[in-house]
Design a binder for this molecule. Structure first.
Ligand code: ADP
Length: 331
């Protein structure tokens, strides 16, 4: 049995505006010592999964266990072996970084001396020495995430939950946090992380479960998922739209599946398995056909590509609906 197991999780929220089916029979397992990413757009149900697994809320149906302990039946014991870092994790704004970590230790009954020792270790490990003595309210976004993550590690948890660890961070802070998380997972901590970024799942996780509308729609290693959606995408932008039809044919010949218009509307693109080779062939054929280009290149698939391929709809349904409304207006 895996250290994290969930079967048939169902969760419905009742609100003034109606009933929301946040989870609709979700199965998940995370083997010990591995990192699993739960990848999905806003509103897919990721936080609800984390909240159930960390005993904050109960499912309407289904069950889950951590290290063999049922989360609904034995919440106190479960809480002793897990760490949680996420948007709703508690950090006291008026306390310093050090004091926050020390407080977590006291809440876990580590004792005064042990709490201080652990707080200092974590301050050093997360390179927060300078910030450690300042109140958290003055911290930058990246520093906040680090102190929050440090808080989740005070008790050396058997399982660590990271709910969207880098959402909202600038690219540099994101890279820095990825390094910290990579060090952690290299030490063998079992991690369930949620993310909206395919790149983040790819970088940190052994296995990726794609979640949409409260259930898992695809699962596998990053390579397995990429094999399904294509490892790269070749994109070309033409000088003259009159060449579109010929270019479509060229891309179709060298790609896996049908070419599409890029999401920014400026290019034509197609999924390919071997990016560099496909790009060379596409450029050679377009050159031979006498087609002039504004731009050409390769890019990695995004969450949107994964969703379009797996579900036929975009990851961000609200944005897609907005786009459709805009299109309606122009018709
Ligand atoms: P994610 O973390 O993937 O963004 P969530 O688990 O937060 O998704 O939310 C799943 C769905 O449940 C969304 O439609 C969200 O609006 C809804 N939801 C989440 N929490 C509540 C709540 N407390 N009351 C009502 N609806 C909620």
């Amino acid at each position: 049995m895996s250290i994290v197991e969930a079967t048939g999780l169902t969760k419905t929220y009742k609100s003034k505006t109606g009933t929301v089916h946040a989870l609709t029979g979700l199965d998940l397992s995370v083997p010990k010592g591995t990192v699993k990413a739960l990848l999905g757009p806003n509103g897919a149900g990721k936080t609800t999964v984390v909240k159930i697994l960390t005993t904050l809320i109960r499912p309407n149906a289904g069950s889950a266990s951590i290290d063999g302990m049922d989360v609904a039946a034995r919440p106190k014991e479960v809480r002793r072996i897990i760490g949680v870092s996420g948007q709703y994790a508690a950090v006291d704004e008026n306390l310093t970084g050090f004091e926050n970590l020390e407080m977590v230790g006291r809440l876990y009954h580590l004792g005064a001396a042990a709490s201080r020792k652990r707080a200092q270790e974590l301050i050093d490990m997360f390179e927060l020495t300078a910030a450690g003595n300042r109140p958290v309210k003055g911290f930058s976004g990246g520093m906040r995430r680090r102190i929050d993550l440090a808080g989740a590690l005070v008790i050396n948890p058997k399982v660590l939950f990271l709910d969207e660890p880098t959402t909202g961070l600038d690219p540099r802070s994101r890279l820095a946090l990825w390094d910290v998380i990579t060090d952690l997972v290299n030490n063998g901590t079992t991690v369930l992380l949620t993310t909206q970024y395919l790149e983040e799942a790819d970088r940190l996780a052994d296995d990726i479960a794609v979640i949409d509308d409260g259930r898992i729609i695809a699962e596998g290693t990053s390579d397995e998922l990429k094999a399904q959606i294509g490892g790269h995408r070749v994109v070309v932008a033409l000088v003259d739209a009159a060449d579109n039809a010929v270019a479509f044919d060229v891309l179709a010949r060298h790609g896996d599946g049908q070419p599409t218009i890029s999401s920014d509307g400026r290019g034509i693109e197609v999924a390919v398995t071997d990016g560099p080779r496909a790009l060379q062939s596409v450029l050679a054929d377009l050159g031979e056909a006498g087609i002039s280009l504004h731009d050409a290149g390769m890019r990695r698939p995004t969450l949107d590509d994964v969703f379009l391929k797996l579900t036929g709809h975009k990851a961000d349904k609200a944005a897609e609906q907005d786009e459709e409304k805009e299109l309606e207006k122009t018709r």
